[in-house]
Design a protein around this ligand. Sequence first.
Ligand code: C2E
Ligand code: CA
Ligand code: CA
Length: 623
Amino acid sequence: MNIELQCCALFIIFTITVMFLREKKLDLMNRKLFFRAICACFACLIFDILSIVLINKSVLSGFNPLITRIVCKIYIMLLVMQGYFGYVYASTSLLPRDRKWAKNVRFISHLIFAVGEILMFVLPIGFEAKGRIVFSYGPSTSVAYLLSAIYILSTITTTIAYRKEMPGRRFVAMLLWQGIWLLAAAIQFAAPQLLLVGFASAFGMVILYIQLENPSEFIDGTTGLFTTNALSAYVRDKYKFGKRFSMFTAKIHYLTNYVDYNMERDAVMRTARALVALGPEPAFRIDDDTFCVVYEDTDRMFERAANIKMQKDNVTDLPANGTYLLIPDSLQMSGPDEFFRFLHTYLESEEEIMVANEDLVRDLREQTRARDMIEEALAEDRVEVFFQPFYNIREKRFNVAEALVRIRRKSGGIVPPVEFIPVAEENGQIIPLGIRIFEKVCIFLSGGKAQKYGLEQVEVNISAAQFDYENPSRFVFDYIEKYGIDPHLINLEITETAAAKNREIMIRNMNRLIDKGISFSLDDFGTGRSNIDYFVNMPVEIIKFDQTFTNGFFENEKTKHVLTGMVDIMHKMNMSVVVEGIETEDQAKAIMDMGVEFIQGYYYSKPVPADDFIAFLKENYQG
Ligand code: C2E
Ligand code: CA
Ligand code: CA
């Protein structure tokens, strides 16, 4: 009898089913649908074999033909079901959830399936056996051929239409799977003694299992927990199907404390065990030192999290301190991308325990918006530098200015630096941004116009992060060379924060620049960002008194004495002083008595675009 291939196929499917059932399961829609397809394949093979046996029996020894016809019908109905489940498996994660047309497509495919199954059941069927050629025929079988063809073509079309939304591997596996089906059907059609379709469908399942549903990339080799890939699949799946979940995340701060690899591994294992004990819900290791457990129920997450806190307090299982991030409701975030951004952002925080709430999500959105805005502004060259002149009291002229960055909106408006500098400092964009700002200043100076009207120096703000990386002065040298700028035209403004991190490296970097002729100012003096002990040891030429610091000068006599005394000390150390934020004539006059060198403030000029700045210099230039 012609059933050898089907028996092989049955064995293969049985093996896959056992492996699938034995492995650690993550509740994913695709896996459910895949399992459904396997079951259909399994049932189909059994009835395939049964129908061949019965057809032979009926033809050769007169076995009850009605029973044989029913079994044949069940077989082709299962065959169509298998094609249908295959299509559902392929399309469910691809078709959009909430679009009307996709809902219609889903409805129509259900309908075709239901009607098809009924037709196959009621329409007549016949069977035939000639040696190894065994087949059924008639209207019922024709419906089965037609529907199978429809499902195979729909699956292939959907896969091709959405190829951009899936990894290349998935695309290839899906096409291979359907291609094998088609090929087997074509061969069986041309040579009916070759009953290949059943085997081909089992073979297709093997491809899907190995390529797409294979659990190994979902399991962390060291701890046996689920991996980042698994979490990514889980989170995307839940958002796709609008299901909420809660998550407990722990970033453990132990790795740096262990010098010994075995101790570290032991600590990781203990954490993993402690987290598994928070289950039976799935636990993930999403980074070397970061773990999480997901729950379908918020209350349960809090209850289990309280449990782990208790364990930690008893110092039983959890090895060390960490950052614990609790997300009570995944739907607080708009989708998987925001969810993961949230996770990465707040896991870096210094807090010990954080619970996701509206404020954190709002902050994240603002940061993301600012980040995107900076990125776009850099790409579209909308980063501009404005200039604000300093009044030189002794020489009674404007010979120094500060460069202050702005982002030009597409609409033409201006975004002030408070809205993006702190974000850029936080996320590292300050590096490319700072480089762009410096280049813009160099381009401005290379024109030479401002120098013609008496400009002798431009001060450029430098953030701490810009001096934090290897050879930070490179870009300064590169640009002054590229644009042929006299280094004495450049002064860099730093703050105590910049100086505080690693003072020795900082000073070394500064000296490298000073050797070339660039000078430094200490910005925001008196705000807590810059204080006395910092200027004593820093090679700066200019101290900038912050607006809030000098306010006291106008308010009481005592502060006035302190400030004047301080200016005196700075002069003795060969430093000049700039007073920032002077807005009125009275203030300007009072400051002149203080004996400082420069005044900066709206009273003389707000920061203005390059052209306006040159016009200002020209107007105030006395030859
Ligand atoms: P900052 O370095 O202290 O800059 C002085 C700020 O005071 C400027 O604000 C300026 O417009 C403002 N200002 C000047 N005169 C007056 C005045 O009379 N009254 C008042 N109320 N304010 C006055 P701006 O341009 O908004 O910059 C804010 C901060 O953003 C800067 O403070 C600086 O920390 C940062 N920043 C600006 N440009 C850059 C840059 O190119 N790079 C970096 N890293 N930071 C920058
Ligand atoms: Ca400044
Ligand atoms: Ca300042």
